[in-house]
Ligand binder design. Sequence first.
Ligand SMILES: [Fe+2]
Ligand SMILES: [Fe+2]
Length: 334
Amino acid sequence: MSFQSKKFHILSVDDTETNRILIEKMLHGAGYEVTSAESGIQAIELLNNSCKPDLILLDIMMPEVNGFETCSIIKSSQKSMAKIPVIFLTAKSDIEGVTNGFEVGGVDYITKPFQKVELLARIKTHLKLKHYQDQEIELTQRELIYTIARISDIHSAETGNHIKRVSEYAKLLATLAGYDEEKAEVFKLAAAMHDVGKIGISHDILNKPGKLTAEELSIMQEHPNIGHDILSQSKRPLLKAAAIVAHQHHEKFDGSGYPRGLKGKQIHILGRITTLADVFDALDTKRSYKKRWTLNETMHFIQSESGKHFDPRLVELMVKNFRHFKKIRERFPD
Ligand SMILES: [Fe+2]
Ligand SMILES: [Fe+2]
């Protein structure tokens, strides 16, 4: 999302009611969403619950826990609150206070009584900085995900756009199932990683034309566990989602899949969606072990496996909205 179109949320912390009202008015007027807290303790409580501001305005002189102490607690948290920029509001421009503020992790300070123009300009500057940093990190993550997915793809000699199509089908299914744009994007990126575990399987087994022996098959069926082992080391939400996908994309709705034989809703929605996206694309393309099926054959098979291999609700969504799947297919041909 671009900086201009994003609605930012600011947490304002001040023990004086008139200040809180004044700041709220200024920020609302400038189009920000505002939450006010009357103490450091209340601010931390809010942050520990569902309050996720993009920036915090923090008064220094407050009874009980002052602004510096509040900032220290926020910055030493293990949660995402530690990354939120904090601007201090100081009653007087005492050098000691300013130094202290930077030492505990503040990014800036504004001296009270402040000018509206100055307050808004500083807020905007720090929001912009944070926004572009976050964007850079996110873009790097995305590119890395596709790079890793491509490595495992080349290793297993997958057809050109398999990953791209599976990702897009997964995102479309997530959207049809009611997930918002942000969540659907997670489905898309996580689905790209479904076969990362194939990195741990020998090239000969992966590319053997014809049927695998029982032993080769059991080696091959280890790839969901390998993928899960690789990806579950990370604490990042996106990679955690990818770990679930890698682990569960060969489970079947009726419990007859592998590696764990999970059944129905025991299979995470990320897994159920990727399974349908992956099998649809595998049938719809030529592989070393099979010819390409016609669209009719593919859809007939998918419907016949509703409730067996696939989540029936997802099959229904796919059938009803098939024209959108066709468009993706045309956009990313091999
Ligand atoms: Fe797989
Ligand atoms: Fe696949």
